[in-house]
Design a binder for this molecule. Structure first.
Ligand SMILES: [Zn+2]
Length: 381
């Protein structure tokens, strides 16, 4: 089946294009043309069409946490995420025991191909190879040094679906671990770390490529010891994740990252936990009690931010509202940049001919009007 979308703006790989028609053929994108094609036209009026959003750091949604190891819950979350314009995601684990992580990996690896919502492009293992000082909401009981054998165990359980793992680069074997994991096709990210700038750069030179929620859970920029933040800001090859919910990072600080790295090396993430899409109240993050109120999720003990309840489409609107990104730049950070940072840009993040037609229809103020997977409308506001 072939149809064409007619919209005000299309967010294409080389920037936004006004008007015209985008062909969708048998569930895949065709070309964009200014000439009206001879097929069914889907008239979108003043709306715009962007690639489906890609959330590469997200622990849960609608009361389901990846660490619950319950496939039906993860599937429900993936369906609910369509309302946020998200068409691809990386279910994200937390620091836990080796066995719990094995179970979570197996649960996703065994079921990912029958996911009914946003596509699962891989698993992000956030921990347990972190250090204590910037543990954030990671359970300190299970922190340990990087161990390639453990990664192999989890990867086997996941049937090869582990796409990314985060480590603290101050561990002695961080570079060695990074080189090996990278050679096996696993993206290494750096986070929850008190590393010096030099330690972080050493891991980057060994193949690491992402800074996990930049500023949060890492050594800050000091003029005598630039820390993890200094490394993130000065290494052009690396990608910086940002939680743009207005609570985790001040807009000025977010703008500094975007200016230093470019929008093509900054990825908007949510770091959403299970209370996303749910009312305020008491929740759990792994084994830690959390209170959700006033737009934040905080550990009951110690008040540390415990993930977020941010939706990725809200992050896009936030950075536009804060005037730190244009709409095109905001969308790039939630699609192409996020996909590239995680080496999944061959599967998602772009409107390109012959790609799965996963896209989002946005109102002039960037609210999600509809979400499409493989050319089919799967969510309508
Ligand atoms: Zn984290």
């Amino acid at each position: 089946m072939t149809y064409a979308l007619h919209a005000d703006t299309f967010y294409l790989p080389n920037g936004p294009v006004r008007g015209g028609y985008l062909l969708v053929e048998d569930g895949k994108f065709g070309i964009h043309t200014q000439e009206k094609p001879d097929c069914e036209i889907v008239e979108l009026g003043a709306a715009s069409v962007a690639p489906g959003f890609v959330d590469t750091h997200i622990h849960g949604y609608v009361d389901h946490d990846v660490m619950d190891c319950n496939w039906d819950g993860v599937n429900e979350a993936s369906v609910a995420l369509l309302a946020n314009g998200v068409t691809s995601w990386l279910p994200t684990t937390l620091t836990a025991t080796t066995e719990q992580l094995e179970k979570a990996c197996a649960m996703i690896g065994d079921n990912a191909d029958r996911c009914e919502g946003a596509r699962i492009q891989g698993i992000f293992l956030e921990g347990p190879f972190f250090t204590l000082k910037h543990k954030g909401a990671q359970n300190p009981a299970y922190l340990c040094a990087p161990d390639i054998e453990k990664l192999h165990l989890w990867q086997k359980a996941a049937h090869g679906l582990v796409k990314k793992i985060a480590i603290a680069p101050e561990y002695e074997n961080a570079a060695e671990f990074t080189a090996q994991a990278t050679s096996e096709g696993v993206v290494v990210a750096l986070g929850h770390s008190d590393a010096t700038c030099a330690q972080a750069v050493r891991a980057l030179d060994a193949g690491a490529q992402v800074f996990v929620h930049t500023y949060n859970g890492m050594s800050g920029l000091h003029h005598r010891e630039p820390g993890m933040v200094g490394a993130a800001l000065t290494t052009p090859e690396s990608y910086a994740e940002l939680i743009c919910d207005g609570h985790h990072v001040n807009p000025v600080a977010a703008s500094i990252v975007m200016n230093a790295k470019g929008y093509d090396h900054t990825a908007l993430i949510t770091d959403c936990m299970c209370a996303g899409g749910m009312p305020d109240g008491d929740y759990m993050l792994g084994e830690l009690p959390v209170v959700v109120a006033n737009g934040t999720a905080r550990l009951k003990e110690g008040d540390s931010l415990a993930g977020s309840i941010l939706k990725l489409d809200q992050a896009v609107r936030n950075v536009i509202d804060w005037k730190i990104a244009t709409p095109a730049q905001a969308i790039e950070m939630a699609t192409a940049s996020a996909a590239r940072a995680n080496n999944i840009d061959d599967a998602c993040g772009f409107i390109k001919p012959n790609r799965m037609a996963d896209f989002v229809v946005l109102s002039p103020d960037f609210e999600v009007l509809a979400t499409y997977l493989g050319g089919e409308k799967v969510y309508s506001a």
